[in-house]
Design a binder for this molecule. Structure first.
Ligand code: G3P
Ligand code: MG
Length: 240
């Protein structure tokens, strides 16, 4: 599977409300081939595309995600906070996001986001079977900060393309890699360590940097072998 150089973080989140179908469409319209989206479960187990534990920052509700059920989603507006033209934008179901990405021929870095007090195993069990039909011919990378979520995902699918997600890459990355057989390691570029990056590339594992919105400041890292960046606006990187 060819891996991308640029991935739109939470969709094209610089120009549309993050993690919505509008942000996926905006990414596609801007020529981005891949998006990163966060997935979590509602209280009834429905997988939805959402970053926070609650709805406060990115919708007209203050509910916690775990308090919501699928038939309550229609009352919510996840677009107005970003701009009036996105009013009424719904919270996206994972299934709807996958269908849109397939229709647009886009790749997906899906982050298994384990909120505080939430069950990583239940998340992997709900999400991984839904990805079966998406992988081919589309690109897919399933990443998580949560080791348990990644371990469950690996148990459920021995071929699933996994990404180890860290803030700064720890010494134990190689041990995690032996156990989980990832395709990539993703880390906060402000915490990058050059030697570790070289080690990972030597192991033939891709490296992704998040969240990079300053192409000039990032420039030197391309020379150290970074595979790609996850950016709120990948169009900023067209000339770099
Ligand atoms: O997957 C990279 C990045 O999305 C991780 O951080 O908080 O934006 O989900 P966050
Ligand atoms: Mg994320």
């Amino acid at each position: 599977m060819p891996l991308p150089r640029l991935i739109a973080h939470r969709g094209l989140s610089a120009h549309a409300p993050e993690n919505t179908l509008a942000a996926v469409r905006a990414a596609s319209d801007a020529g981005c081939d891949w998006v990163e989206l966060d997935v979590q479960l509602l209280g009834d187990g429905t997988p939805v595309i959402w970053h926070d534990d609650n709805l406060e920052r990115c919708s007209n509700s203050r509910a916690r995600l775990v308090e919501l059920e699928r038939d309550e989603l229609a009352m919510l507006d996840a677009g107005s906070w970003f701009g009036a033209r996105f009013a009424g934008e719904p919270i996206a179901l994972l299934d709807d996001a996958l269908a849109l990405l397939a229709e647009r021929g886009m790749g997906l870095n899906l982050e298994l986001k384990v909120g505080s007090g939430r069950d990583p195993v239940a998340l992997a069990q709900a999400v991984v079977p839904r990805l079966k039909n998406f992988l081919a011919p589309h690109g897919l990378l399933v990443s998580s900060f949560d080791r348990q979520a990644l371990e469950s995902a690996r148990e459920l699918d021995s071929e699933l393309p996994l990404g180890l997600l860290y803030t700064s890459i720890p010494r134990r990355w190689a041990e995690d890699a032996r156990r989980l057989r990832p395709l990539s390691v993703h880390a906060d570029w402000r915490r990058f360590d050059q030697e570790r990056l070289i080690e990972i590339r030597r192991a033939d594992i891709a490296v992704y940097a998040y969240t990079v919105n300053d192409p000039e400041a990032f420039k030197p890292w391309w020379e150290h072998g970074v595979t790609g960046v996850i950016s709120d606006d990948p169009t900023l990187f067209r000339d770099s």
